[in-house]
Design a protein around this ligand. Sequence first.
Ligand SMILES: Cc1ncc(COP(=O)(O)O)c(C=O)c1O
Length: 401
Amino acid sequence: MLPPPSPALLGDRSLFPDLEARAYLAHAAVSPPSLPVRRAVLAHLGALSRQGAGYFGGALAQRDRLRQKLGALLGADASEVALVSNTSLGVTMVALSLPWRPRDRVLCFEGEFPANVTPWQRAAALFDLEFELASADAFRTRPDEAMADLEARLSRGLRVVALSAVQFQTGFKMPWAEIARRCHAHGAELFVDAIQACGAVPLDVTRDGIDYLVSGGHKWLMGLEGAGVLVARQAAAARFHPHLAGWLSHQEPFRFLTEGPGHLRYDRPFVESARRFEVGTLSAEGYAALEASVDLLTALGVEAIAAHVDSYLVALEAGLVARGFESLRSPTAAGRSSILGVIAPEGREGAAAWQRGLAAHGVVTSCPDGVLRFAPHWPNNFAREGAYVLGAVDALLRAQR
Ligand SMILES: Cc1ncc(COP(=O)(O)O)c(C=O)c1O
């Protein structure tokens, strides 16, 4: 039996009663499930245990609700939202379905997480495209030069620019709205891997001009692994080639199961929206979890979450810099996300040992590619944890001497 959940409050982790860490700072890797998420999964399993196939309609209604809620969270219409199992699958779906012409050019970014690179390389190989890489970190360190380089590439005729909203190592928040504006001025489209942003960094696909967005659900969205979201704007989705389609990609896919004989056909038109990418049966538990976590995020408000996390990271960053760490956080507010990446005093080689050392003190971080990454979310509270985290750092520094 799970305890009844209390209302969610910024800085209060009572919805995570079993979390062992003294400070859990690895939301950029995976979020532990909150009580409402766990209860939603149990409720789903309960309904399935009692009703079996009788719960089918309930599960479909739950997915309709979830698409509405995800659309509201991300600034999209529900019809533009598809449920996909992970980021990589969402990128793959779009990369392999665009109406490419041979020699079309696609731009990805060096230093990004491979989930938003590999599928574009595959599309390039399959459809005879030109694949280019620009530096992602240049937007943090040399923004004017990076934007001028992008502009020059767009002038030469890019078809798609594919970037991560938030860089997974430095936490740099890319200027995606400005990039979208420039893409559209040159007839290109913008694809955004937003797994390090959705739920913790304000983002609105309509306001910001994002053509395609994908996010796994297990990081800042605080759902479970294997249940994520894809947004494809209506105008863009209508042009997709159905290279990837399944029985649920057709219009009225369930009729033959519910309305008697005469409806089993293979020639029904494909759905002309992102929904086409829901090709087969989905993880109902995963989406029950995601709905509960989206409800929490919506109740707290992503703007409020971002401000709460920023004040945590400003204080932590100051403490770490004073102890000899190099901060990779953007000096400008516009470039900051919910991730603080730092380089250890002894350099990138030290990151894994720091991650292990801190974990032994109950401070859970992650260390991608030599960057020690601190990633708090709304339940973290610097007043409660900050002195302990910096005390653990001090203890490890003393042990090094
Ligand atoms: C930027 C980024 N994209 C994608 C992923 C994960 O991709 P997937 O959801 O396909 O596992 C991660 C981290 O795991 C990430 O940091």
